[in-house]
Design a binder for this molecule. Structure first.
Ligand code: SAH
Ligand code: F3S
Length: 464
């Protein structure tokens, strides 16, 4: 059974039983989980929390207090890994003070850099890849007996569908519908760290979705590396959206990240027709140059991507689109870069995640291409698109002033307890005086000012 419990109990509350009506197993210890990287990692940390809670571990929000410290890592770019190496040195100081503390490195970097972790951080007790979380109890047991544990087998049948994650309280739940990736983009380490693609069946996901609604979640975000290549038996991604759209009590459905090549007609139909599916898509472009896209093995041309956007905007005129861009990929010329720059201006994304290319060992680009764009040029190009995107996001948001948008209330704003914040259907953060609204309500907010990141307004119609 899946459960929603506070993910982080403080040490003071760590003596409370594990949730109402549930047999509480013997208390085995306390665990702290720290997450780096993408939403998939957040979702995997929830899975780990579920596994450990099931065998009697309490979740803490401070590494210093925990018997077991797990770092769930990312390998996508070099700086993500550097951050973790740095953090591990700090965590080792806790281990020096409390030698029985168990320290584990989990996730993509564990899978990618096993040897380097062993060499640079020999004090690490557990190394577990993304398909090995089931062995967490065994790994901790071994580590507590001073026997280091390494679990790195990729298993294309592992989908964890029978396990119960523990999710943070909130209005939005992340639901992993697919694991792994079969695409093999030349720059990307994910197929090597997460293995082959596999999808969880529609009935299991539908049941899970009902349960999430019963637990109080209002919005689900379907997760997968190429989420729209989802295929479970004869059901494709469009079928899944149509099925989940029928879950009563659920207000919104989103998904991330789709691959342009898997943006099929049924997916677009479902997005256009299903009232709960938000008309918002994160559609990674990576580059506006077909030559670079080919070197990246993205399997679409710049024009095919343009056509897809046009087709979707034709069906959904208010579709909100965001993207991922890499600058400075192997062989990217000034002209290639200019094509990316102008394509971003042409498409006018609501927002974008923009990265400098980072050479990753093990990838196809690392083996067969040369990381030949100088760092200085990468930085300049990145700066250039960041500035352009800032202007575009600002203009798009400014154009919403005076308009009324539907906002799902998520909680108190960071700046003032008198204000709430929430997201529009287009995933824009919106801040407004709370009045009598409650978290989980959808309210209509009239926008009266906007920055590139945030809309600010007033409730014009109370919640439901
Ligand atoms: N399909 C996945 C992509 C994961 S990686 C998803 O769920 O979104 C997220 C983004 O990181 C990619 O879209 C790409 O823009 C960027 N990225 C991946 N590998 C990279 C690398 N080696 N250097 C720089 N950016 C990279
Ligand atoms: Fe990576 Fe490309 Fe898959 S970006 S996750 S190999 S679709």
């Amino acid at each position: 059974m899946r459960r929603k419990l506070p993910l982080y109990n403080s040490i003071q509350t760590a003596t409370t039983p594990l949730g109402k009506g549930m047999a509480s197993p013997q208390v085995m210890g306390t665990v702290y989980i720290e997450t780096y990287g993408c939403q998939m990692n957040v979702s995997d940390s929830e899975l780990m929390a579920g596994i450990l809670s099931g065998i009697g571990y309490y979740l803490l929000d401070r590494a210093e207090d925990a018997d077991v410290i797990l770092i769930n890592t990312c390998a996508i770019r070099e700086n993500a890994e550097e951050k973790v190496f740095h953090r591990l040195q700090h965590l080792n100081s806790i281990k020096r003070r409390k030698p029985d503390t168990v320290l584990g490195v989990c996730g993509c970097m564990a899978q990618h850099l096993r040897q380097q972790i062993i060499e640079a951080a020999p004090f690490v007790d557990i190394i577990l890849g993304p398909d090995a979380y089931r062995s967490l109890p065994q790994a901790i047991h071994a580590a507590r007996s001073k026997d280091p544990f390494v679990g790195l087998k990729l298993d294309r049948s592992e989908d964890y569908a029978d396990l119960a994650p523990i999710r943070k309280d909130g209005v939005r739940a992340w639901l992993t519908i697919q694991r792994g990736c079969d695409k093999m983009c030349t720059f990307c380490v994910v197929p090597f760290t997460r293995g082959r693609e596999r999808s969880i069946s529609v009935p299991i996901l539908a049941e899970e979705c009902h349960r999430l609604v019963d637990e109080g979640f209002k919005e689900i975000v379907l997760l997968g590396q190429t989420v729209n290549s989802y295929q479970a038996g004869k059901h494709d991604f469009g079928d899944l959206l149509v099925t989940l759209n029928q879950v009563e009590g659920l207000k919104r459905i989103r998904f991330t990240s789709p691959h342009p090549n898997d943006a099929s007609e049924p997916m677009i139909e479902a997005m256009a027709n299903c009232d709960k599916v938000c008309q918002q898509i994160h559609l990674p472009l990576q580059s506006g140059s077909t030559r670079v896209l080919q070197a990246m093995r993205r399997t679409y041309t710049a024009n095919e991507y343009r056509d897809l956007v046009a087709q979707m905007r034709d069906r959904m005129p208010n579709l909100s689109i965001s993207t991922d861009i890499i600058v400075g990929f192997c062989g990217e010329t000034e002209e290639d870069f200019q094509q990316t720059y102008s394509m971003m201006a042409e498409i006018r994304y609501d927002s974008a995640f923009m990265f400098k290319y980072s050479d990753r060992e093990g990838t196809l680009a690392h083996k067969s291409l040369t990381d030949d764009v100088p760092e200085k040029v990468k930085i300049e190009r990145l700066q250039c698109i960041i500035e352009q995107q800032y202007q575009i996001s600002h203009q798009i948001n400014q154009a919403l002033i005076g308009k009324t948008v539907e906002v799902l209330v998520e909680g108190e704003s960071k700046r003032s307890t008198d204000d709430f914040f929430g997201r529009t259907r287009s995933f824009k953060t919106t801040v407004f005086p709370r009045l009598s609204a409650n978290v989980g309500d959808t309210v209509l907010v009239q926008i009266n000012s906007a920055t590139a990141q945030t809309l600010i307004g007033n409730i014009v119609s109370p919640g439901n």
